[in-house]
Ligand binder design. Structure first.
Ligand SMILES: [Zn+2]
Length: 367
């Protein structure tokens, strides 16, 4: 049995010495696979004088050379023949800055299983049937978009009743548009149903609809809000997380402990999800390093720098060690889950990548 299969079957928030050793074994296995099949990755690692099997301790992991995220936007990096892929995930973008990830059947099964495992550990999976309001693209149309994939995946972690997708394809304008009237009608219908609701998607959308229409609802107990995608492009309107949580409790009746934000990148694929206190936890399925933007040296704990991510589940896409242009730092949380927490602090440089969130926010601007 592969080390990666054993890792993904283990508790994502077990940070014992043996659990951490299992991540390292899985990471070596995964990188060795890419090293043997993907020329760029092999040459990069050779240039840094590091072989995948050299990475034995936690400190060794920081020696893994990071492949710059923009290379995945400009080149189609793939370690298996294209015909063996099961899914190509993309995030919408402009000017050739499209993010994508290649998944063969094994890697697709892995990413689904690790996402379920993380959500289950955070108390977010359930056999209860929920009504869903998704502030994202209808996956029937946007099958390959990362956010649509994520939402369809998330709705499968619980039982489900009705699923309503708020960003719909308008055949007349040939573009996606937020169906605001539909959102309000749906929320009122869900409130009246007496069944619990889960709302998924971009926080800015929800905030704006509630504010604009002065909505005040009391959704059934055990309703949830699962946000993702951030406030990118609408940063001027962003309200602090804790204030946003109180606002949602007041206006929709969703308890703060049931409001969870998630951060993910299409190229990396590991979901960093809020605990009930609102901190993004790093699971044992990944490692996050914080590096100096000047010389890529490790920053002292708690200090800000460029985020460098490791993961081991994808055997078709050589992004196991991914150096990003996002700033952040690592912290901790006393909720009992353990491990490190990820604190995001924006993007480096002046070139803004237009991801799904930004694209969706542009829709808001025009409605
Ligand atoms: Zn926590």
């Amino acid at each position: 049995m592969k080390a990666t299969d054993r890792l993904l079957a283990s508790d994502p928030f077990d940070f014992s010495a043996s659990a951490k050793a299992l991540f390292r074994e899985s990471f070596r296995e995964n990188v060795l696979h890419h090293y043997e099949r993907h020329e760029f990755t092999r040459k990069l690692w050779q240039r840094f004088g590091v072989h995948p099997l050299d990475l034995q301790t936690e400190d060794d992991l920081a020696r893994a050379p990071g492949t710059m995220v923009h290379l995945f936007k400009e080149h189609e990096f793939c370690s298996v023949p294209r015909e063996s892929l099961a899914l190509v995930l993309t995030s919408s973008g402009t000017g050739g800055q499209k993010s994508q990830q290649f998944l063969d059947p094994e890697s697709l099964a892995n990413v689904k299983s690790l996402a379920l495992s993380i959500h289950r550990s955070l108390g977010m999976a359930s056999s209860t049937a929920y009504n869903y309001l998704c502030f994202t693209y209808d996956p029937a149309v946007a099958q390959d978009l990362g956010t649509a994939f994520t939402d369809e995946l998330l709705t499968n972690f619980t039982g489900k009743r009705e699923v309503y997708y708020a960003i719909q394809w308008d055949a007349k304008t040939q573009a996606f548009a937020l169906n605001e009237t539909g959102v309000i009608e749906t929320l009122r219908r869900f409130e009246a149903s007496g069944h619990p609701t889960r709302i998924l998607g971009f926080p800015a959308f929800l905030y704006e609809v509630i504010s604009k229409h002065d909505l005040r609802l009391k959704l059934a107990p055990d309703s949830w809000l699962q946000t993702g995608g951030g406030w990118k492009g609408k940063a001027d309107k962003e309200i602090p997380k804790q204030e946003f949580r109180r606002f949602i409790t007041e206006r929709l009746g969703i308890p703060e402990a049931n409001q969870r934000d998630m951060f993910g990148m299409v190229e990396h694929g590991i979901p960093y999800v809020d605990c009930e206190r609102g901190n993004l936890h790093v699971p044992n399925f990944a490692r996050v390093f914080v590096r100096s933007p000047h010389d890529l040296s490790l920053r002292p704990r708690g200090e800000r720098g460029l985020l460098h991510y490791l993961c081991s589940y994808n055997f078709s896409y050589p992004a196991s060690s991914l150096l990003t242009t996002d700033y952040g730092s690592l912290g901790s949380c006393d909720c009992g889950l353990g491990g490190e927490t990820l604190i995001l602090a924006g993007r480096a440089g002046v070139s803004k990548h237009k991801g799904c969130a930004l694209k969706a926010l542009e829709l808001l601007e025009t409605t």
